[in-house]
Design a protein around this ligand. Structure first.
Ligand code: PXG
Length: 467
């Protein structure tokens, strides 16, 4: 007998179209076409209601780091549900999984990030960062320090605060009026915006844009700079090596708090526990989500350095912020077990020394010379490939040819999930992927690049004939 959650594909599609509004989706178009119904998953594979197997090159949505079907995570949730499925952490109460998880996060995060605030989503964690850094400066006797500086093409979530802080134009256009006192500087995207300079020079130039912005606003008005160590949703933009150390130097010079948004980079993704370690900087505060529980349950956290935490602890007043599910015992138990598994199975070491070097080599060997691929950048088990009309000059396709979506659709049809971020194709596979699975993933991607190439050549011919 089928469980209601599986059902039959057409029946699910029908009720879905009638009642379900999807995130970041043109609902009219989707309803006409019908959604793909995902029914089950194991390892790094998904299955849909038509029985098609899909290799998940995106770890769900940048989160299922340990892969699907991990019995230990399921057992951790089940056991905690039986003992204490819920209680809050507001009114002078705590619970064992939340307390132990705070300790575990304090242990694995670098520097003095010794204190942890819990929430359920990355967006809530980012909102918490905003409130904490602004409140910190008030407690510190500098209440004018409210300004936040972030980057263009950054993603920091989809609540009003997260969308305002991020640098995504289409989100801004639908979220106005945005949160005030947020300022933006260019992203460190060398291939797209920095050519003519060496990568190192461009990294320093992008960091200099931060200093210029601080001086424009006045350092006495700036609370914090926030950035993803590697921009994820922006298309996997890997900054030049010179960038983050210089950003840190500038933040210290003007006594501006440095916030790392590690929602994608955290928990081994870049080959270190956290992206800031890979890129050589020490944040004062850090948001994390996704890989914290390998996506098995919604949980996020903010790791807070001693400087900010001590101000809160010694304030003699409440910090008026929190969520019903802050420190949810079941989500925390799963996150704790997830961290234990990452440690026991030495997954971060596997990423750094075994699978990421293999993955980064194979994608360059098999996709780097493809006529569509302009430039590949990547670190750890993250990669972004710019699709271009002309490799030699790096000329992009004009906006009438949505090359990313064409490629993404070929991938889906051929059993591979890749994400298209505009004209950049992105890989973010589970950290437990094997070398044989990397080979399979890269070969499938290559076939889909070929199919995409045929399509876009036909479209270009059509355009030429019409013109
Ligand atoms: N910060 C970063 C760096 C993220 O990548 C968030 C915050 C917000 O997390 P929540 O849990 O509130 O979604 C994210 C989330 C995409 C995509 O299309 C990326 C994210 C979320 C949804 C879609 O690539 N990143």
């Amino acid at each position: 007998m089928k469980t209601p959650a599986q059902g039959n594909g057409d029946a699910i599609r029908t009720v879905d179209a009638q009642h379900h509004l999807h995130p970041f989706t043109d609902s009219g178009k989707l309803n006409a076409r019908g959604a793909r119904v995902i029914t089950r998953a194991e390892g790094i594979y998904l299955w849909d209601s038509e029985g098609q197997r899909l290799m998940d090159g995106m770890s769900g949505l940048w989160c299922v780091n340990l892969g699907y079907g991990r019995k230990e995570l399921i057992a951790a949730a089940t056991q905690q549900m039986e003992v204490l499925p819920y209680y809050n952490t507001f009114f002078q109460t705590t619970n064992a999984p939340a307390a132990r998880l705070a300790q575990a996060i304090a242990d694995i995060t670098p520097g003095d990030l010794n204190h942890v605030f819990f929430a359920s989503s990355g967006s809530e964690a980012v909102d918490t960062v905003i409130r904490m850094v602004r409140h910190y400066w008030t407690l510190n006797g500098q209440p004018r320090r409210k300004a936040l500086i972030a980057r263009e093409n950054a993603y920091h979530g989809s609540t009003v605060a997260g969308a305002s802080l991020g640098g995504m134009g289409p989100m801004h256009r639908q979220a106005t009026p945005l949160l005030p006192d947020i300022h933006r500087i260019p992203q460190p995207y060398w291939y797209g915006e920095g050519r003519g300079l060496s990568e190192d020079e461009f990294g320093l130039l992008c960091a200099k844009a931060l200093e210029d912005k601080i001086l424009e606003i006045g350092p006495e008005n700036v609370a914090a700079f926030i950035g993803e160590p590697v921009q994820g949703a922006g298309g996997v933009i890997v900054p030049p090596a010179t960038y983050w150390p210089e950003v840190q130097r500038i933040c210290r010079k003007y006594d501006i708090l440095l916030a790392a948004d590690e929602v994608i980079c955290g928990f081994g993704r870049t080959g270190s526990w956290f992206g800031c370690e890979t890129f050589g900087f020490q944040p004062d505060i850090m948001s994390m989500a996704k890989g914290l529980s390998s996506g098995y349950l919604p949980i996020s956290a903010v790791a807070v350095g001693d400087r900010i935490a001590n101000a809160l602890i010694n304030a003699g007043d409440d910090f008026n912020h929190g969520f019903t599910y802050s420190g949810h015992p079941v989500a925390a138990a799963v996150a704790l077990e997830n961290i234990r598994l990452l440690q026991e199975e030495r997954v971060v070491d596997y990423v750094a020394n075994t699978i990421a070097p293999y993955f980064q080599t194979r994608i360059r060997e098999r996709l780097g010379h493809h006529p569509l691929s302009g430039h590949i950048e990547g670190v750890g088990l993250l990669a972004g490939i710019a699709l271009v009309r002309d490799r030699a000059s790096g000329t992009l396709f004009d906006s009438e040819i949505d090359v990313g979506t064409i490629c993404r659709d070929h991938c889906f049809r051929n059993g591979l999930v890749m994400r298209a971020c505009g004209n950049r194709m992105v890989f973010c596979p589970p950290l437990v992927i094997t070398p044989a699975e990397v080979d399979e993933m890269v070969e499938k991607a290559r076939e889909c690049f070929d199919l995409t190439y045929d399509d876009v050549r036909a479209l270009i011919l059509d355009q030429a004939q019409a013109g």
